[in-house]
Design a protein around this ligand. Structure first.
Ligand code: ZN
Length: 345
């Protein structure tokens, strides 16, 4: 009995979790990284690049603790207690170098594009698990752009917030609701204390204001009485997201003076005739009969994105190998192999 109890305690102490990790891209840098002294923040990033190249780079340089791909796979890169180089020039509450006191999660995607629900759920579960382990409250789950700052340059004479828009969407109320995060940082302590100036006003309004360009990306099912997310959270969301701003950010510029857009159209679902769901094609013959065309095979020098471009992971792109047909939105980028055929319309 005692042996079992000890084993159970050891299991608890190891931080055992319900999340499935892949160690396929665990970084060789782990050995040289010291153990972090404290963990005060979870910092969310967007890779701004496709999965495969991102994973290779993160692994090679040890630039994150985790990377979550579109299919919901969580890759462990640097051990969670060690220092990963993910935040660069950064400051939070007067403390520089966020790498020393944070965990970094890279999410494959872009700072201004909605992510799919499978990926969002994987991020949500990972974040919840880490919050539990390190006792991190919701408002200390931040975006890279919350903590990054820029040194004086041609355009900005002072140290300024707004060096990056990395991970920006994770500050938007609709995305935080999806991640079950009830709070976000209320204001920028470093700007308030005049350690930094605001270098990107659009970013400031995303991080601390009402800008939420993802709001319409997640159509709600028309059942307004559902309150399972908690009245407090919903009220907070309603309060914070009254004036949606649909202006697209321009990542190239430091300062943007976007005006509030004209009144948005009312979100009344259009009466659309239900389309019967079609089963995905299961054979090459079926692909052909549905009008898909063979675009080429993946080889050493020819990647899937070279063949299919930005649609490499679209559900309307199919991969074929050994009589299997795999839709692009279900494919694990780490498992795209040489010889796979790429089919598109
Ligand atoms: Zn980042």
């Amino acid at each position: 009995m005692r042996v079992f109890a000890l084993l159970f305690l050891a299991f608890l102490a190891s931080g055992a979790s319900a999340i499935d990790f892949s160690n396929r891209y665990r970084s060789p840098r782990n050995a040289e990284r010291r153990v972090r002294k404290s963990t005060e923040l979870i910092v969310l990033h967007t890779t701004e690049a496709p999965a495969r190249s991102s994973l290779n780079k993160l692994c090679e340089r040890g630039e994150a603790h985790y990377c979550v791909t579109e299919d919901g796979t969580v890759y462990r890169i640097v051990d969670r207690d060690r220092v990963a180089f993910h935040a660069g020039r950064s400051m939070w509450n007067g403390k520089e170098d966020a790498d020393e006191f944070s965990i970094g999660i890279e999410c494959v995607g872009y700072h201004d594009k909605a992510m799919g629900i499978v990926q969002i759920r994987a991020i949500r579960d990972l974040v919840k698990e880490l919050q539990r382990m390190y006792r991190i409250p919701d408002e200390r789950v931040v975006c890279h752009s919350h903590v990054a700052y820029g040194a004086p340059n041609r355009w900005q004479k002072k140290n300024h917030r707004g060096r990056k828009r990395c991970g920006m969407l994770f500050a938007m109320p609709s995305v935080r609701a999806q991640l079950n995060l009830a709070r976000r940082p209320a204001s920028d302590a470093d700007v308030r204390a005049k350690r930094l100036v605001v270098g990107d006003d659009y970013l400031r309004r995303v991080l601390y204001g009402n800008v939420d360009t993802m709001k319409s990306s997640y159509p709600k099912t028309p059942s307004p009485s559902r309150g399972q997310e908690g009245g407090g959270l919903l009220a907070w969301l309603r309060g914070d997201a009254k004036k949606p701003d649909t202006k697209k950010p321009d990542a190239g510029k430091t300062q943007i003076s976007a005006k509030d857009p004209p009144e948005q159209k009312k979100l009344v679902p259009a009466p659309v005739a239900p389309v019967p769901p079609q089963a995905p094609p299961k054979s090459i013959a079926e692909l052909k009969s549905r009008g898909y065309v063979f675009k080429g095979s993946v080889t050493k020098g020819v990647t899937a994105s070279k063949i299919a471009g930005g649609r490499w992971n679209s559900k309307d792109t199919y991969y074929t190998i050994r009589n299997k047909v795999i839709p692009g939105d279900a494919i694990d980028p780490a498992h795209i192999e040489n010889g796979m055929g790429v089919w598109m319309k």
